[in-house]
Structure formats: structure tokens, C-alpha cells
Design a protein around this ligand. Structure first.
Ligand SMILES: *Cc1c(COP(=O)(O)O)cnc(C)c1O
Length: 376
């Protein structure tokens, strides 16, 4: 059996090696490392794939979120509502810009931000909502967009874990995650569903004015060369990464299908086990399984983690500590017990290997060993 990894970038690369090698060599031969034609080509390909008017490539997903908030003109003192159960980057940029993060609890079924909790958190200072499409599944965008409209708030979708995921509205309209709110921000970190071979990110929008603003922010606040209209940042996707991404984008649907197939295998193996709750698939989203995350019930989680890890099965905890309990984000507004669902999830979730290259032998081994520990 092949070694089991949390992600198998090597196995995936081998299948597209000649194409990728040629594309990278082509960049080396032209030496247009920054703003080369590959960047523009990938930008167009991603706009077509997502069905969005503007894609602005940038250096990473954290920058993407920051640039979106800067371009929307959010100012210190403005409140930004986001999920307490997410990767830290979401709340980090809110803090960095001097905005006030307002954390809210999640839906225990989908792990995504709870629209009812958003409503309760709105104050006259609220300016934006940042839903995170966690683990590859869309947040409840129809409800969130209605709230935003009613309260005149911006919506910045953190779609770092859900590039390619879709959301279906009541009327049957289907849109890609990241193209529903004012802005979508994504990451091309190697392990993401669409990942490059280094760092990368992008911002999406259908708003022409906002796109113009974001293009300026990523480029030192400049629209005319050497004339700086406002404080910006330097955040670029380089040509080599764009070349890799343009190839991998062609495979993205097939990659997401492969993840879904692995998830089906896990779901079947764990079905009806009283100690394991398999991921709930929200009917309005097509889960693309950035992570396959179980909720354990009455299981020694650390014991399980150690047991499988000794057998070569990685089983990390995403995420072990809610943001309001993190040293950096402690705030007198919050105390332990304020976010019962997030806190319970942090104590009971565990993720299993999830990537595009898992085979039946590996999946059988993983599920057999997890069940062996849990049923003993
Ligand atoms: C990965 C990730 C980010 C940040 O992306 P980077 O490219 O690593 O900066 C932001 N939000 C979420 C939810 C993520 O998973």
C-alpha cells in the first residue's frame, strides 16, 4: 500500500508532470516571472470557470481577504461579523486593519456561520459579514445575502477551502462560491482544492468599480504608474504559479469529484455508527471536501488520533481552539461558554486524509483502523 498522506501532491503531480514541466520551463525560457502572459491567461480561465466578471490574482488567501476589506473602504471601528470556527486568517486581517471582529457561532450540521447568530450580532457599527465556506461546503448564502441587503452590509466570502463549490438558490440559480457576495477571496496554497506549487491567491467580483479599486490596492495603491491614490500593498501571483494553476484548473472538477468519491467511501464505512457523525451534506451545496471531518461522540479522541497515527494515518484536528479562546484574539467581550457549538466542535472533531489520489486499499485501511479503535 502507498504511504497515506493528508494530501498527496506528489501523486497528483506525477499525472500532469509533462504538462506542468513544459509550462514552468516556458516561463523560465521567457523569464517573465512577474505579470507574465501566464498570469493574464489564468485570470481569464478562472473568470470563465467561476462565471465572474473580474478575477484579481494576488499573493495568498490572507492578502486576498485583506485587499477586499481595504478596497471596500472599511475603517477602524467598523465591525465585521465572521465565524468563530475557521482558520485564523479570516479574523487576523480584520484585526490587522484595526477593524473589530465580531465572532458568531456556527451551524452544528454544516460547521458554517449561522445566519440567526449573524442577525443577533448586528449593531449600528456593523459593516460587513465574512462567511467562510468551511471544509469545502457553501455557507447559507441566500439567507446571508438577504440579511446583508436588509442591513446594508458588505459580504466578503472566504472561499479558500471551496474553490469550485457551488450554491443553489431557492429559484434554482446555481452560482460558484465566491461569486455571490460583493467579493470572494480565495487561496491557492498547495493543499487547497485548487492549489499551486507555492503561495497564491485571488479576489473575485462582479462589481467593475470595486475591481478597479482592488487592482489598485494590490499594486501599491496605484492606477497610473508612480501616482499613488491611497495606501496599498504589494501582492502578486507570479507567472510560474499562474502557469501551474492554469493547468490544474482544467482538472479541478475531476479533482473535486475524486474527493467526493473518497468521502462517499468514508460515509458508507461509518454509516450508522453511534460514535461517529459523518459530514452532513447541505442540500444547497455540492460539498467538495476540502476536509473530511467527523464529529465523534463518546470517543477518546486523542487515543484514536494516536492509534491511527502510529499506523501511518494522519488525523489532524481542524480546529482545536475556537478563535475567542486564542491568546491573540481574546477579548473582554467573550468568555468560555459563549459559543457552545464551536466549543463543542473543537472538542469533538477529527479529520481524515482527503485528497485526489486516495485509493480503495488506503480507504479500506483507514476506515478499518478507525472502526477497530472505536468499536473496541
Ligand atoms: C487557507 C485559508 C486562508 C488563507 O490562505 P493563505 O493562502 O494560506 O494565506 C484563509 N481562510 C481560510 C478559511 C483558509 O483555509
Amino acid at each position: 500500500m502507498n504511504k497515506i498522506n493528508m494530501v498527496d501532491l506528489q501523486g497528483q503531480y506525477q499525472k500532469i508532470k509533462s504538462e506542468v514541466d513544459d509550462a514552468i520551463l516556458n516561463v523560465l525560457n521567457t523569464s517573465a516571472y512577474i505579470n507574465g502572459p501566464e498570469v493574464h491567461k489564468f485570470q481569464k480561465s478562472l473568470e470563465d470557470y467561476l462565471g465572474v466578471k473580474h478575477v484579481i490574482p494576488c499573493a495568498n488567501g490572507t492578502d486576498a481577504l485583506q485587499i477586499a476589506m481595504m478596497a471596500l473602504g472599511l475603517k477602524p471601528g467598523d465591525e465585521v461579523i465572521t465565524s468563530n470556527f475557521t482558520f485564523v486568517a479570516t479574523v487576523e486581517v480584520i484585526g490587522l486593519l484595526g477593524l473589530t471582529p465580531v465572532l458568531v457561532d456556527v451551524n452544528p450540521e454544516t460547521f458554517n456561520i449561522d445566519p440567526k447568530a449573524i442577525l443577533k450580532a448586528i449593531t449600528p457599527k456593523t459593516k460587513a459579514i465574512v462567511p467562510v465556506h468551511l471544509f469545502g461546503q457553501s455557507a447559507e448564502m441566500e439567507e446571508i445575502m438577504e440579511i446583508a441587503k436588509e442591513h446594508n452590509l458588505f459580504v466578503i466570502e472566504d472561499t479558500a477551502q471551496a474553490t469550485g463549490a457551488e450554491y443553489k438558490f431557492e429559484d434554482g440559480t446555481i452560482k460558484k462560491c465566491g461569486t455571490i457576495g460583493n467579493v470572494g477571496a480565495t487561496s491557492f496554497f498547495p493543499s487547497k482544492n485548487l492549489g499551486c506549487y507555492g503561495d497564491g491567491g485571488a479576489i473575485f467580483t462582479n462589481d467593475d468599480e470595486l475591481a478597479k479599486e482592488m487592482r489598485s490596492v494590490v499594486n501599491h495603491g496605484m492606477t497610473v504608474r508612480y501616482y499613488h491614490d491611497h495606501v496599498g500593498v504589494n501582492s502578486r501571483l507570479d507567472s510560474i504559479q499562474a502557469a501551474v494553476l492554469d493547468i490544474k484548473l482544467k482538472h479541478l472538477n475531476e479533482y473535486n469529484d475524486a474527493r467526493r468519491k473518497a468521502a462517499d467511501y468514508y460515509d458508507n464505512a461509518f454509516a450508522n455508527n453511534p460514535h461517529i457523525k459523518t459530514p452532513v451534506r447541505y442540500e444547497k451545496s455540492n460539498h467538495i471536501f476540502h476536509q473530511y471531518t467527523l464529529v465523534l461522540n463518546d470517543v477518546d479522541r486523542e487515543g484514536l488520533q494516536n492509534f491511527v497515527q502510529e499506523l501511518g494515518i494522519p488525523a489532524p484536528i481542524y480546529y482545536p481552539v475556537p478563535l475567542h479562546m486564542q491568546k491573540a484574539y481574546k477579548d473582554e467581550r467573550y468568555k468560555e461558554g459563549d459559543f457552545p457549538i464551536t466549543e463543542a466542535l473543537c472538542n469533538s472533531v477529527i479529520s481524515l486524509p482527503m485528497h485526489t489520489e486516495l485509493d480503495q486499499e488506503q480507504l479500506k485501511f483507514i476506515t478499518d483502523k478507525v472502526l477497530e479503535f472505536i468499536n473496541k
